[in-house]
Design a protein. Structure first.
Length: 180
């Protein structure tokens, strides 16, 4: 099986500082990426085949301060690694909320089905039948949110986590301006 060719993402910047959020007071290693740069990178990765390695090439117009060039790859990887951890926590919180919703929904559904069976014993008139069916429907509607979580809500979080985890291992190459 042939080795997949790397997905090449190219960014042209005046200076290295453009890549990072200028409002973030954190040390260089912990800085957030600029929102536009992050969106650009994420949009390229979304289009890339899943198994291919990713290479981010930064074309700089000015030479960065000494030592900064060496820290860039680690800073970018750290940023995406941190975002992946946050997405993993968000997924765990969603699953916890799903379990709680499922427990509440099942208890409510059980109570509704019990009440509707109790109403069925009263008579076969229209009003008790209408109440019985309404309560049964209400019990099943209570199951809507747990089913929504377990059937649909978790997919996008897992996909985003996988993408961010993949980006936490990307290769970063700097192309510095040529000095005459």
């Amino acid at each position: 099986m042939p080795t997949p060719s790397p997905v090449s993402i190219k960014l042209k910047l005046r200076e290295l500082a453009q890549l990072f959020n200028s409002m973030d007071p954190s040390p260089f290693h912990d800085r957030d990426l600029d929102a536009d740069a992050e969106e650009f990178i994420l949009s390229w990765v979304n289009e890339a085949p899943h198994g291919d390695p990713i290479v981010l090439t930064l074309h700089l117009e000015t030479t960065p301060p000494p030592g900064r060039a060496a820290e860039v790859e680690e800073a970018i990887r750290h940023y995406f690694g941190t975002r992946a951890e946050m997405k993993q926590r968000e997924f765990r919180q969603l699953m916890r909320r799903g379990r709680m919703s499922l427990a509440v929904g099942l208890l409510f559904l059980g109570a509704c089905l019990g009440i509707s069976e109790l109403l069925a014993t009263f008579s076969k008139n229209a009003l008790p039948t209408l109440l019985k069916e309404s309560i049964t429907i209400g019990g099943w509607v209570a199951m809507w949110r747990p089913l929504e979580i377990y059937l649909y809500d978790w997919w996008p979080l897992r996909a985003e986590y996988r993408m961010l985890e993949r980006l936490s291992h990307l290769d970063v190459r700097l192309v510095l301006p040529e000095t005459s």
